[in-house]
Write a protein of this length. Structure first.
Length: 332
């Protein structure tokens, strides 16, 4: 379970170091969501008001400070990555037909799929318009590579969902391209802002990739164990959406062939009933699927900490180490 003390300490230290920048990011997001179209204004305000951990902006701001950059571009680019991230969440919820996001009705549940897709497109467009204004080829190339990787992974995940077959290697490819590549891009941008030497820029890039993988594995494990009120979405949501995550994949390798086939038959159905979800969840827990996934996540966290050895000790490096610990020890 998450250690509340770690979360509290991290929040306090992040607020002390980059709190003013984060407040400026929130203000910038508000300005960018301003629109003469009432529906954009309404949905944008609702989505921004949902908050969230703001992990990606925090990573970019901390990486920039670690690279000894002090200037306004970090705030603008932190806004860019949060708008991009929000667009991906809106589109994900449409694809998954998710009813909840952060404990509230999702945008698609509230306004419908059509409005959600279009407003998600608008946020993508806004973020890339901001990138053009920033006019840094290295930053633009970094985010372009990441967004291409993310969308490719989404389609690959959909393809596997329809086939009903996902291996551990498939899963690792999806989360590396979909979640980790974007966190990696956030950290790399911080390094680019500070004009770090190539080896340190690459170390920050690897750090972001490693904690991104750890974050997603941990997130997928929470789908089987978390408290629903704190998690902000229904427990077993991934199973209902037909996603084959690492705890499930590990369980399928450990049960009998007959049990594995029974589970796969259930997962192929368009609608999975609540007792069936609970039965699969119990199998995952009984066969240590969550423990296996968490061990993998912790290994990636250790790799992320090793990546930071390329930098001299500092408050920024210490905070990035705490972020790495938090992504696997949280409960939401």
């Amino acid at each position: 379970m998450a250690t509340p003390t770690l979360e509290r300490v991290l929040k306090e230290r992040v607020a002390a170091l980059v709190g003013d920048d984060l407040a400026a990011v929130e203000a910038e997001i508000g300005r960018e969501l301003n629109s003469p179209v009432p529906l954009i204004q309404e949905m944008g305000g609702y989505i921004a008001g949902a908050g969230g951990k703001r992990l990606r902006p925090i990573l970019l701001l901390l990486a920039a400070r670690l690279a000894e950059y002090r200037g306004p571009r970090a705030v603008r680019l932190a806004c860019v990555v949060e708008l991009l991230h929000t667009a991906t969440l809106i589109h994900d919820d449409v694809v998954d037909q998710a009813p909840l996001r952060r404990g509230r009705p999702s945008a698609n549940a509230q306004w419908g799929d059509d409005a959600s897709v279009l407003v998600g497109d608008h946020l993508y467009s806004k973020s890339f318009a901001m990138l053009v204004r920033d006019n840094d080829r290295g930053v633009m190339e970094t985010l372009a590579r990441s967004t291409v990787s993310m969308t490719e992974a989404e389609v690959f995940q959909l393809q596997l969902k329809r086939s009903g077959l996902t291996s551990e290697a498939d899963y690792m490819r999806i989360i590396t391209q979909k979640t980790a590549s974007f966190m990696s891009a956030c950290c790399r941008i911080g390094g680019l802002l500070g004009a770090l030497p190539a080896e340190q820029t690459e170390a920050l890039t690897r750090y972001g990739l490693d904690i991104g993988i750890a974050f997603q594995i941990s997130d997928d494990a929470l789908d089987f164990t978390a408290d629903q009120a704190r998690l902000g979405k229904a427990i077993g949501a991934d199973l209902r959406e037909g996603k084959r995550t690492l705890p499930l994949i590990a369980m399928l390798e450990r049960v009998t062939p007959a049990e594995a086939e029974r589970v796969r038959t259930v997962l192929r159905r368009r609608v999975i009933e609540k007792p069936e979800i609970e039965d699969i969840r119990r199998l995952v827990l009984d066969h240590k699927g969550v423990e296996y996934a968490r061990a993998r996540a912790h290994a990636y966290v250790q790799a992320a900490k090793n990546d930071l050895e390329a930098f001299a000790p500092s408050e920024e490096r210490e905070l990035l180490t705490l972020v790495a610990d938090f992504v696997v020890d949280r409960d939401r």
